[in-house]
Design a protein around this ligand. Structure first.
Ligand code: FE2
Length: 210
């Protein structure tokens, strides 16, 4: 039974690292804090503050260590899961801020092979992935009105991945995703990056869909 469990599966990678907002150098904390300073909770609007800086958030030299960390996990995903020998490059990066009760609405990332989502600060909530066309594998051709005895990875249409500080999650760019509200008083931070083939026909920056 287990031999073919991952046949045509969607690869989703999750790892937790010790490097979090609390262990950032002071100048990095100050840099990130400046982005948060002028934001307010978006109560009732399921909001998210996204700082793109033309998709080049991680290009600031102060964030070099974070960029290296994200690149390192992207490399693991490429080498061990895709087993792809092509070179990939980081094409866009950005910061999202979820104050208490804020969440990130459903979206996907255009022109992206895979995305890395790194949570330097998160005490509440989940990243939720949604199946293509909102159908599980048994509904591919028809919307069968099945009932299920349990939710599992074969019949689920959405899959919640709880996030905490230090979590890194990687998934293909075409996967629809959103977050559940941040129920903590501590603001949730996420830094993300998209990847594409190196030197190969990327459609340009600002291809992130919000
Ligand atoms: Fe996203």
């Amino acid at each position: 039974m287990s031999l073919y469990n991952n046949l045509w599966g969607v690869p989703v990678y999750k790892e937790n690292v010790d490097y979090t907002y609390n262990t950032f150098d002071k100048d990095v904390q100050d840099f990130v804090d400046k982005y948060i300073e002028n934001t307010k909770p978006m109560i009732g609007s399921k909001g998210v503050q996204v700082f793109v800086d033309r998709g080049r958030f991680l290009e600031n030299p102060k964030l070099e260590k974070i960029k290296d960390l994200i690149n390192q996990h992207a490399q693991i995903f490429k080498d061990r899961i895709m087993a792809c020998t092509n070179e990939l490059q980081l094409t866009e990066s950005w910061l999202t801020v979820n104050h208490k009760d804020d969440s990130h609405f459903i979206h996907k990332h255009a022109c992206t092979i895979f995305s890395v989502c790194y949570y330097p600060k998160a005490e509440s909530g989940s990243l939720v992935l949604k199946a293509p066309d909102e159908k599980n594998i048994f509904q591919r051709d028809y919307y069968f009105p099945f009932s299920y005895s349990e939710t599992n990875k074969w019949n689920a249409v959405v899959w919640e991945i709880p996030v905490l500080s230090g979590d890194i999650i990687i998934f293909p760019g075409w996967v629809n995703h959103f977050t559940t509200p941040n129920e903590s008083d501590t603001t949730r931070l996420m830094i993300a990056a998209n990847y594409w083939l190196k030197g190969s026909g990327h459609l340009g920056a600002n291809s992130i869909e919000f």
